[in-house]
Design a protein around this ligand. Structure first.
Ligand code: SF4
Ligand code: SF4
Length: 366
């Protein structure tokens, strides 16, 4: 049985947003009519948070006519990737015009991807200055930041206390590795936590022949439920393009209360099996069932660091090294007791992979 769409407080903005929001990143691929129909349907269902960006092609332009009709029913968020205040203020005017409104509920510094970009955003004449000025002028009610991958920069942005919200990519494949500690940290600091890429850009979907017991794709529904039941998360914004997608995601999230530990485990087992089939190899899901380690090794973080070190583009691999260096216990503390292996739904040979981490990182952890 479904429950009404839950609203949560978006951190210190105090806006009450629905846990299911509308991501408009895919709007450039569809007609204006199709975009309007999907948006109208979502708003009819009670969805009250819409997110877009200057960088999403004509997405803002397609949202504009709907927003004009229904401005008081939704909160609108957009972003600018400009690093300097003047560029960001100029883009704000374009966004307001495209969206056919005279204020934004949330304006975000987009894709602040590493420490250098964050430094630039925080420096005099940088993006933060524009965000503050836009708020003073009443063109923006609140402001936030959107970030990917770079743990140190994400942590710095959270700990700075300068932003009201943060948008992070998080999903059960956990490719960007923000899961276990950065989300609770942001929630603790009273930031609204907005989750993008919940379905890993469409990769998290069951194989076509899979049964759909309640008419929903079990991987899609389970993944959304897993995120929606995380208390540190305020809203999840899957990118949607049709009335049907809105309906399916709405049904998944309004039945998330039935998503218990058994369902969570089942989800991770299914995704683990998919990963093997897709030859992703022995990839950690970040689920944490292996913990606690008898030697206090933070197993999922070691694997996250190893993944970054091995798989990220060459100029980003240092992020894996940094993450490993920040851990309290090195991989070579593994006593090969095997306790974690019994609990890992992905069937990872954890002690073997700890040796791989030692080979990759040496003894750099403190
Ligand atoms: S096998 Fe190694 S990593 Fe696993 S619980 Fe034992 S000591 Fe920890
Ligand atoms: S139980 Fe397995 S998949 Fe889950 S976090 Fe631990 S090592 Fe990764």
């Amino acid at each position: 049985m479904s429950q009404p769409l839950e609203k949560r407080r978006l951190g210190k903005t105090n806006l009450e947003v629905t846990v299911f929001g509308f991501g408009c990143i895919k709007f450039p691929n569809i007609s204006a009519d199709q975009a309007a129909a999907a948006l109208d349907h979502a708003i009819d269902l009670g969805v009250n948070f819409i997110d877009t960006a200057r960088g999403y092609g004509d997405s803002e332009v397609k949202i504009g006519p709907v927003l004009k009709r229904r401005r008081n029913q939704v909160y609108i968020a957009t972003k600018s990737g400009r690093r300097k205040a003047d560029g960001m203020m100029r883009e704000l005017e374009t966004s307001l015009k495209n969206l056919q409104t005279d204020y934004l509920d949330l304006y975000q510094a987009h894709w602040v991807c590493d420490d250098n970009v964050l430094d630039e955003a925080l420096a005099p004449g940088g993006a933060l200055e524009a965000l503050r000025k836009a708020k003073e002028q009443g063109k923006v009610r609140h402001y936030g930041i959107t970030m990917h991958r770079h743990h140190t920069a994400i942590r710095r942005a959270i700990e700075s206390g300068l932003f009201e919200t943060i948008m992070l990519a998080y999903n059960a494949l956990d490719e960007e590795g923000v899961g276990p500690d950065l989300i609770p940290l942001a929630a603790e600091r009273d930031m609204g936590v907005i989750i993008m890429k919940p379905l890993s850009g469409g990769r998290l979907v069951s194989p076509p022949s899979s049964p759909k017991p309640d008419g929903l794709d079990p991987v899609v529904a389970g993944t959304l439920r897993e995120i929606a039941t995380n208390p540190g998360i305020t809203t999840v914004i899957p990118g949607m393009v049709s009335v049907e997608e809105v309906d399916e995601n709405y049904r998944a999230i309004t039945t998330a209360h039935a998503f218990d530990d058994a369902a969570r485990r089942q989800l991770f087992e299914t995704i683990a099996a998919m990963k093997k089939e897709l030859r992703y190899g022995q990839l950690c899901l970040g689920c944490g069932y292996c913990l606690p380690c008898t030697q206090d090794i933070e197993i999922p973080k070691v694997f996250r660091a190893l993944y970054m070190h091995q798989q990220y583009p060459e100029d980003q691999r240092f992020m894996g090294d940094e993450l490993y260096d920040s851990l309290g216990m090195p991989a070579d503390a593994c006593a090969e007791c095997g306790e974690c292996v019994q609990r890992c739904p992905a069937g990872i040979d954890i002690p073997e992979r700890m040796k791989e981490a030692v080979a990759a990182f040496g003894r750099r952890a403190a």
